[in-house]
Design a protein around this ligand. Structure first.
Ligand SMILES: [Zn+2]
Length: 352
């Protein structure tokens, strides 16, 4: 029955709760679009895994990947071997094919502050803020059952597709955290899954993957898996290696490895903010993500902050948007950096 879960949920017909069996375990629907799966027998590499899709409603390829995974578990083609929390994020937006209905869900994953006021309480009290609270609670409940151990890490893959083209169509965004470093094996798994670049955030941003990393010390990523297309028009062949990674996680077996050095690594150098009405980005609107600007290039002009000029190091742009409100982020500018293992190796050398 759970293969129907996805279709029925998207049609708005699914029951909000329910439970039952799959060939290799049991499932429970704990909220609309929120499905837990527990295996009868744990695999040798079982980690508790959160896999989410549709946090932005028009990003359909991740929903197709989630559908493949659920269908495989239901048919018995995939043997469940690890606890899974599967999430369809913004249900009304998915149904209408929009990025969101009232506000960007992927900025609302922040717990209430010390005064007891949610940080997003200034938003209108409708769908997205309520959904963020529901999803945070589902993640809290799930992870509480699985404290990390010597051999297990909490994992969260939040899957997206990007609006604009990209020099690296598939890339991972690593949320900022002062906590534990990402397990080094993740880089070789992501490389084998066809990811082409990794972007390290430099400060907190209240996304869904950041929530799992910041509050639960999970190995958590926002995965950008190509460009936005309607259902049925996604290039699922390019995503087959990603599908294999999800299947390995669900079965609790060792995921495929590839050299981490195959991916390009970047860290955020400048978070470009819009400070005034008189603001413009000095490049074409349709520039691809990861387009690089050489030293001396003026990338933005702002009536208040003045020009933003590339310094000695070339910088690459991602997620540019000049039409954000004043005070919001208009682009991230990135500097290339070393792969994590190589950085670690050179650290060691310097201490010897
Ligand atoms: Zn997205």
């Amino acid at each position: 029955m759970i293969a129907d879960w996805l279709d029925l949920t998207l049609e708005g017909h699914a029951s909000a709760r329910g439970m039952g069996r799959i060939p290799s375990g049991r499932y429970e629907i704990v909220a609309p679009g929120v499905l837990e799966i527990y295996p009868d027998h744990s695999g040798p590499r079982a980690h508790p895994v959160v896999i989410s899709a549709g946090i932005h409603g028009n990003e359909t390829a991740p929903i197709e990947l989630l559908g493949e995974l659920v269908a495989g578990l239901e048919s018995g083609r995939l043997m469940a071997g690890a606890p899974l929390l599967l999430i369809l994020g913004n249900l009304p937006a998915i149904r209408s094919g929009e990025r969101f209905t009232t506000t960007n869900l992927n900025r609302l994953f922040r717990r209430a502050d010390a005064d007891g006021n949610a940080a997003h309480s200034d938003c209108p009290a409708d769908d997205e803020p309520a959904r963020a609270r529901q999803l945070m609670a589902a993640v809290d409940t799930f992870y509480a059952r699985f404290p990390p151990t010597e051999s297990t890490r909490r994992l969260h893959y939040d899957m997206h597709t990007a609006i604009r083209g990209s020099l690296y169509p598939r890339f991972a965004v690593v949320p900022y955290s002062e906590g534990a470093a990402i397990s080094s094996t993740q880089w070789s798994h992501l490389s084998a899954a066809g990811l082409q670049a990794v972007l390290h955030q430099h400060q907190h941003s209240w996304t869904f993957s950041h929530y799992s990393r910041h509050y639960h010390d999970a190995d958590a990523f926002t995965l950008e898996l190509g460009q936005v297309h309607p259902f049925g028009e996604n290039d699922m062949v390019a995503l087959a290696p990603m599908s294999q990674l999800l299947a390995a996680l669900a079965m609790g077996i060792e995921a495929p490895h590839a050299a981490p050095e195959r991916m390009a690594y970047f860290k955020v150098e400048i978070e470009l903010m819009r400070r005034s009405t008189d603001f413009r980005l000095c490049f074409n609107d349709d520039v691809a993500n990861f387009t690089t600007f050489t030293p001396g290039t003026v990338v933005a002009e702002d009536g208040e902050a003045g020009p933003c000029t590339v310094g000695d190091t070339p910088l690459s742009v991602v997620f540019p948007n000049a039409r954000v409100e004043i005070g919001a982020r208009a682009a991230l500018l990135l500097a290339a950096c070393e792969p994590p293992q190589l950085a670690l190796a050179s650290d060691r050398t310097s201490f010897e």
